[in-house]
Design a protein around this ligand. Structure first.
Ligand code: GLU
Length: 443
């Protein structure tokens, strides 16, 4: 189904946006075709002695605004078209949130849950060695994404440092730690990076609601996806006075129409049991036997999308919202914390139904915004407090949301198209500007 091919969809989104904005045809061509595509083989010796060869990808979509930037994901469904779309969305996202980065993305077609820790490390280090020639603090800066984390980033960083030691010219004046973001604190990571995507999503939602003159207090929310992003978002929305009523992960979910009493306790329960289903908590006691008392119900990750709530948050994978289930969505706001969770047909259904879709490239850009802060701290050998990081994140999210909302109101176009117009504006002005160094005095 072409509709579900993310790269086909991404190009369609670009063309729609280009019809709203006078874009240089050469720039359009550049955005329709990634700058560079890297495909590598990742042979791994498994614990039983057998050899398995995985496929690794890195797409460097565009670097008009700065070094390529975007995550690395580990998932059995990773393929070139998915990575191209995700890299393109990074170009757009970075332009929208206003960080000096281009767009890139990568991954390996592996289910990390089926690997032992040692296998995961061997796979990652091999992938890291294969990526080393094409990454660098001023060239391409990867980060975590689906199923990857600070530990995986550290292995890649170590392989990078190891390799470049022998090529001294490449590291001159550069802090090699800046080659990757989303690192643990002790490896040069930034305070606030783990919270960033969820917190940024919360700022985006509050800011759009404010412009719609709606109060957040009491609004009900359902979140599909309770990994790093979904769990922080849930906590921040709870703090903002919203009522989180349903949560799901890949295995199942919990639904309490009156509101989930404490997201933190649910988080602890999931950490302990490895799954969300059954995490019905009264105080710190979490058990399925509490379900009835709390008026709770079991809910599947699919059915959570159709609940009668005010705000629906797809925070898992692509293509969660399709033409089949979009008609059944009752929320008036969809906050896209996953990348590409809404197919083109579902988007159309939301548009005609008047549902406000806060698009991925805006809603989840808090992650890369704080990645930029991390990169900046590494490059300038600084250390920022968490308060400073959160304050700067809030400013960035609010200013991007205001701009996108204004463009949307002025041109009477949905927020997604408006976000793309904002991106095209900044890509165009940089593209038309003088090449770097032209302003310097010639000697
Ligand atoms: N993987 C995240 C995203 O899709 C973060 C990327 C980054 O920090 O570079 O936005």
């Amino acid at each position: 189904m072409a509709d579900n091919n993310p790269w086909t969809r991404a190009k369609k989104q670009l063309q729609t946006a280009a019809s709203n904005f006078p874009i240089d045809p050469l720039l359009l061509a550049r955005l329709e075709h990634p700058d560079r595509i890297v495909e590598v083989s990742v042979p791994v010796k498994m614990d039983d002695g057998s050899i398995h060869v995985y496929q690794g990808f890195r797409v460097q979509h565009n670097n008009i605004l700065g070094p390529y930037k975007g995550g690395l994901r580990y998932h059995p469904r990773v393929d070139m078209d998915e990575v191209k779309a995700l890299a393109f969305w990074m170009t757009m996202k970075n332009a929208i949130i206003g960080v000096p980065f281009g767009g890139g993305k990568g991954g390996v077609n592996v289910d990390p849950k089926e690997l032992s820790e040692r296998e995961l490390e061997r796979l990652t280090r091999e992938f890291g060695r294969k990526l080393t020639p094409v990454i660098g603090p001023n060239l391409d800066v990867p980060a975590p994404d689906v199923n990857t984390n600070g530990k995986i980033m550290t292995w890649i960083l170590e392989e990078y440092i190891q390799k470049i030691k022998s090529q001294k010219s490449k590291v001159k004046n550069e802090n090699p730690e800046a080659v990757i973001t989303g690192k643990p604190l002790e490896r040069g990571g930034s305070l606030g990076r783990p919270e960033a995507t969820g917190l940024g999503g919360c700022y985006a939602l509050l800011s759009i609601l404010k412009m719609q003159k709606r109060k957040p207090e009491g609004l009900t929310v359902a979140i599909q996806g309770f990994g790093n992003v979904g769990s922080f978002l849930a906590q921040y929305l709870e703090e903002a006075g919203m009522k989180v009523v349903a949560l799901s992960d890949s295995k199942g979910g919990i639904y309490m129409p009156a509101g989930i009493p404490s997201i933190r306790e649910v988080q602890k329960c999931k950490d302990k049991s490895g799954k969300l289903a059954g995490c019905y908590c009264i105080g710190s006691v979490c058990d399925i036997s509490n379900m009835k008392k709390l008026g709770g119900k079991e809910i599947s990750p699919e059915k959570i999308l159709e609940l009668p709530v005010d705000v629906l948050v797809p925070a898992a994978l692509e293509n969660a919202l399709t033409k089949e289930n979009a008609k059944k969505v009752k929320a008036s706001v969809v906050l896209e914390l996953a990348n590409g969770p809404t197919t083109a047909e579902a988007d159309e259904i939301f548009r005609s139904a008047g549902v406000t879709v806060i698009p991925d490239v805006l809603a989840n850009s808090g992650g890369v915004a704080v990645s930029y802060f991390e990169w900046y701290q590494n490059m300038h050998r600084e250390r920022w407090s968490q308060d400073k990081v959160f304050k700067k994140l809030k400013e960035k999210m609010e200013s991007a949301c205001e701009d996108v909302h204004d463009i949307s109101a002025e041109h009477k176009i949905p927020l997604r198209e408006a976000a793309y117009v904002r991106a095209l504006k900044s890509l165009s002005s940089k593209n038309n500007g003088k090449p770097k160094g032209r302003n310097k005095k010639r000697r």
